[in-house]
Design a protein around this ligand. Structure first.
Ligand code: PMV
Length: 308
């Protein structure tokens, strides 16, 4: 039965990243093929075992600060038992790719601590713990990642609240990695700086992104891939205007279009990281090949099942 553990999965933002920070709705989808897990065994003092670092928690590198924040907050909520332990963290979600790696690890850690203390956390309690870690990782996160890494279906997110959306027919997406990490904190800060200097430009972009997110949700419900793809591509143009795209992201979105994808865009914070491209068919092999030929170092797929 193993030591007490927790797990969470990756996520992708289909529409509305950055605009969501300013109150616009966004749509996120779970990416279940990539996972983070955490397990705890009692030990003298607190230790961490991970791909990045193994040793006393006190000497962990700054990149593990969000993990420590999640662990601390969860141990505080659940009693100190979870703190005098060795925490083993594994994640196949690459960091800095807009795939929610920090939130997924935090969610897995919170669940592992709760399991060790035999406490059942409510969804809201777990969310608050993940957000504590996200705040350490990103400054002032909107909370969309914290919801998405534990979500079982696609959802619309706005001002902290997540509501599942209807899916009219199955959809397949390819996520392609530029191979370059992007800092979400830096990207969010750059949009904020642009908003300070050019408020009208950013406010107009946020309004348009809000419309695109709601139109995309309708297209998903009405099983209209062309309408959805058009909204995704339009969103990419706006994100580029906001300065969060990159030559690598632009070239992968172009390659997706050339391979017949109805729409493609960067996903997450941008300035590196990944694109998400809608596939015309459930067989994504051709689109994945095209994206790899255009320079993607890895590709993954995620599918949305039709809701009844
Ligand atoms: O963690 P990322 O890179 O998927 O970015 C999250 C989405 C942003 O809108 C850019 C930031 C946020 O807090 O919502």
């Amino acid at each position: 039965d193993g030591p007490p553990g927790g797990r969470a999965h990756a996520k992708a933002i289909l529409l509305g990243e950055h605009a969501v920070v300013y109150g616009a709705p966004a749509i996120a989808v779970p990416v279940r093929s990539l996972e983070a897990t955490a397990a705890l065994v009692p030990s003298t003092g607190s230790k961490i075992r991970s791909a990045l670092y193994t040793g006393p928690a006190a000497d962990a590198p700054p990149s593990l600060a969000p993990v420590l924040a999640a662990w601390h907050a969860a141990a505080e909520r659940c009693g100190t038992a979870g703190w005098a332990s060795t925490l083993t963290v594994r994640s196949d979600i690459p960091g800095g790719r807009g795939l929610g790696s920090s939130a997924a690890v935090a969610a897995a850690v919170a669940s592992a601590v709760a399991a060790q203390a035999r406490i059942v956390l409510s969804d809201e309690e777990r969310h608050a713990l993940i957000q504590r870690a996200e705040t350490v990782a990103h400054g002032r996160p909107s909370g969309i990642d914290a919801r998405a890494v534990v979500a079982t279906s696609p959802f619309r997110f706005q001002r902290g609240a997540a509501d599942p959306i209807d899916v009219g027919a199955p959809l397949a997406f390819v996520i392609a990695d530029t191979g370059t990490a992007g800092s979400t904190a830096d990207a969010v800060a750059s949009v904020r700086a642009l908003r300070d200097s050019h408020p009208r430009t950013v406010d107009t972009a946020v309004e348009r992104m809000a419309e695109l997110a709601d139109e995309a949700a309708i297209a998903i419900a009405e099983a209209d891939p062309d309408a959805l793809g058009a909204r995704m591509s339009a969103a990419h143009e706006i994100l580029a205007l906001l300065g969060v795209s990159s030559p690598g992201l632009d070239s992968l979105t172009r390659a997706a279009h050339a391979a017949g994808s109805p729409g493609a865009k960067l996903t997450g914070g941008g300035r590196g990281g990944c694109v998400i491209a809608l596939s015309l068919s459930p067989d994504t092999a051709g689109l994945e090949r095209a994206l790899r030929s255009a320079g993607a170092v890895r590709t993954w797929t995620t599918t949305l099942a039709a809701t009844a």
